[in-house]
Design a protein around this ligand. Structure first.
Ligand code: SF4
Length: 118
């Protein structure tokens, strides 16, 4: 079985072809132009990971953009979003402040990507 993917590691967006056996084990990867693309294809076909980029509510109103500082398992994104939707960020939070530490045991922190007060 051949799976076609677009590499999302950099804007070049190389088109990858991954050959998988009947147990969905990667046999070969083609189409990448750097090693990161090969690693991405292997990970995407075995244990896909994603960075979460979203907003979180601020105490007193409004929202601030946040993201995870590491990738989290793709299948945990929905549960992570539920946790992020419950948080209320301080009005004094600054760029890079940790809003949620080690979200759901993933090892990733949720951090602000700008100051709350602009
Ligand atoms: S394979 Fe390398 S060059 Fe191509 S999109 Fe992925 S990271 Fe970018």
């Amino acid at each position: 079985m051949i799976r076609e993917l677009t590499c999302i590691i950099c804007p070049k967006g190389c088109q990858l072809k991954v050959e998988l056996d009947e147990n969905k084990k990667v046999i070969s990867v083609t189409g990448y132009t750097c090693k990161r693309g090969e690693v991405y294809a292997n990970t995407e076909c075995t244990a896909p990971m994603r960075t979460i980029t979203t907003t979180a509510a601020v105490i007193g109103g409004g929202v601030v953009p946040v993201k995870t500082d590491k990738t989290v398992p793709k299948e945990m994104m929905f549960d992570c979003m539920k946790v992020i939707n419950q948080v209320r960020v301080s009005e004094d939070a600054k760029l890079g402040d940790i809003v949620i530490e080690n979200i759901l045991g993933t090892g990733a922190n949720v951090v602000t990507t700008r100051n709350v007060k602009i």
